[in-house]
Design a protein. Sequence first.
Length: 66
Amino acid sequence: MRIVGYIVFLIGLWMMVSPQAVLGLHELRWIADYAFPGEAFIGALVSSGSLLLIGKTKANNSVNSH
């Protein structure tokens, strides 16, 4: 599930960046042609949700391990 979480995170990151591509280099403005209204907000939600798929790592040294 961790790999799927990272892939979903990258998709969300792309969704946040693509609407802003119109302000960047002329060669990268084609990215903004595929953006839809509200895509940056939805991308933020997708990226945040992907953290649930990535999950927490297990702590090796816990305070209450005795």
